[in-house]
Design a binder for this molecule. Structure first.
Ligand code: ADP
Length: 493
């Protein structure tokens, strides 16, 4: 099988790399295996890509190690920053193509995919700005010594990303790792390998030395597990399910105790209090759960509404959800495309079935949309109680539950009744209420009168079982540096 293929999308025709990107080249896997990636809109294969196994992970790690100890070390921090900003420029140059790849491979609407490309370029440029601003401290302990700290790269970083934001997760991962001088072996999700391979070509074009970024396509149980267990990987960063995150931490501990950061699942509460601007709140609630087809780890999937406005809220929210344009990702006004895969479709439909049989009421949706593709109607459940599976477990689809709460205190109690702690929101026009509630909620991000408004300058990550460490902002830099203390004795003469 060849290493490139021309792909025609409804908006662009482009050259898709298919190989593993190792040591600056697209190559076949050692075992010669390939796997198909499926278009979730029509359930047909788009193309087959080369598959990495443990042996390819090994080769990629060797390339990353060599680059770390060689060319990459010789490059000044400012030059690292320049390479990152150049990559951001190239992404923006190719926005139409990259957005089309995301729409094709992931199923997200092409207009929203353009937003992902812009946010990815912004993130990479932002970390480019950090590259020459990574400082240690000088510490005055006594007159006879000089002590300072260096923030050194951790080394070779394994990065494992999911399929819900294939490009954006790629950017969140490589930005801080490269700004701080690390090298990378990154595995994309098996459902969505295409955009990262295309961007690997841009990494080469930007002028990064060979081996600094290696991008491999492959499966979790093989290539992913090999990254987590590798004895020459110094750090692993993972975004995905809590189940797999737990495994990665165990494997990392059992192997070489590599550093671990995890960005995992959620079951985030979205609280609407009686003094909220209801019309605006409905818009945010709708975006909170249905953005990216509910495939967001921070999706506002548990909606908690004060009893005084509950009936009005349900009426307006139902109307709003029914206006969401569901359909072909390549239509410019599509808001919700298909779920990413048959497996995800089945999982989400399984939860819907479970909710119905547990006695929850479907206010809208509750079924597949159309007859082809992994489309699911935006679905709102009411009449739920705290013990129902659909209230407790992450569904990762366009499905939410609405619970009625008596007052602020009950809202906080119910909001925190979860093992997760990724995000939350409160809608109120009272600043004191906003601060009280956001202080009381155990979550890594609390939005007040908005939802899902992530930004590369703002740290993001989870309390409790939603993760370890923070991505984005200056906080992410800490995940990618080791602090070295140097103490020098000053001679008297
Ligand atoms: P989902 O269930 O939504 O697909 P996963 O957590 O399974 O989410 O997948 C997220 C990423 O983790 C993907 O790149 C996947 O290949 C990878 N992965 C899955 N299982 C493992 C594993 N045991 N070890 C390492 N990576 C894995």
């Amino acid at each position: 099988m060849s290493l490139f293929q021309t792909i025609k999308t409804p908006v662009v025709t482009y050259e898709q790399p298919l190989g593993l990107f190792i040591n600056g080249e697209f190559v076949k896997g050692v075992d010669g295996k390939t796997f198909e990636t499926i278009n979730p809109h029509d359930e047909k294969p788009i193309v087959a890509v080369h598959e990495a196994t443990e042996k390819d992970v090994d080769i990629a790690v060797q390339a990353a190690r060599k680059a770390l100890d060689g060319d990459w070390k010789q490059i000044t921090p400012s030059e690292r920053g320049r390479l990152l900003t150049r990559l951001a420029d190239l992404l923006e140059r190719d926005i139409e193509t990259v957005a089309a790849i995301e729409a094709l491979d992931n199923g997200k609407g092409v207009t929203l995919a353009k937003g992902d490309v812009t946010a990815s370029a912004g993130c990479i440029r932002y970390y480019g700005g950090w590259a020459d601003k990574i400082y240690g401290q000088t510490i005055d302990t006594d007159p006879n010594s000089l002590t300072y700290t260096r923030h050194e790269p951790i080394g070779v970083c394994g990065q494992i990303i999911p399929w819900n934001f294939p490009l954006l997760m790629f950017a969140w991962k490589i930005g801080p790792a490269l700004a701080t001088g690390n090298t990378i072996v990154l595995k994309t999700a098996e459902q969505t390998p295409l955009s990262a391979l295309y961007v690997a070509g841009l990494i080469k074009e930007a002028g990064f030395p060979a081996g600094v970024v290696n991008v491999i396509s492959g499966f979790g149980r093989t290539a992913g597990a090999a990254i987590a267990a590798h004895m020459d990987i110094d750090k692993v960063a993972f975004t995905g399910s809590t189940l797999v995150g737990r495994q990665i931490m165990q494997v990392a501990a059992k192997s070489n105790l590599k550093k671990v950061t995890l960005e995992l699942g959620g079951k985030s509460p979205n609280i609407i209090l009686p003094d909220a601007n209801l019309e605006e709140a409905i818009g945010w609630v709708n975006l909170g759960i249905f953005f990216n087809h509910g495939q967001c780890c921070c999706a506002g999937s548990r909606i908690l509404v004060h009893e005084a406005i509950y009936d009005k809220f349900i009426e307006l929210f139902k109307q709003r959800a029914e206006q969401n344009k569901v359909g072909d990702p390549f239509k410019a006004d599509t808001f919700q495309g298909p779920q990413v895969s048959q497996l995800q479709y089945d999982r989400v439909m399984g939860y819907i079935k479970d909710g119905k049989s547990a006695g929850a009421k479907v206010v809208t949706g509750g079924d597949r949309h159309g007859s082809e593709g992994y489309y699911i109607q935006p679905t709102i459940f009411t009449d739920v109680h705290e013990d129902m599976t659909i209230v407790k477990e992450e569904i990762f689809g366009p499905v939410c539950t609405v619970q009625k709460v008596r007052d602020e205190e009950e809202a906080i109690r119910v909001a925190n009744k979860t093992n997760y702690g990724l995000a939350a929101a409160v809608h109120t026009t009272n600043i004191n209420t906003a601060i009280r509630v956001s202080n009381a909620i155990k979550a890594g991000t609390v939005w007040v009168n908005n939802y899902n408004t992530l930004h590369y300058q703002m740290p993001f990550g989870g309390f409790k079982e939603s993760g370890v460490g923070r991505e984005l902002g200056s906080y992410a830099l800490e995940n990618y540096t080791e602090v070295k203390t140097v103490r020098i004795q000053i001679s008297k003469s």
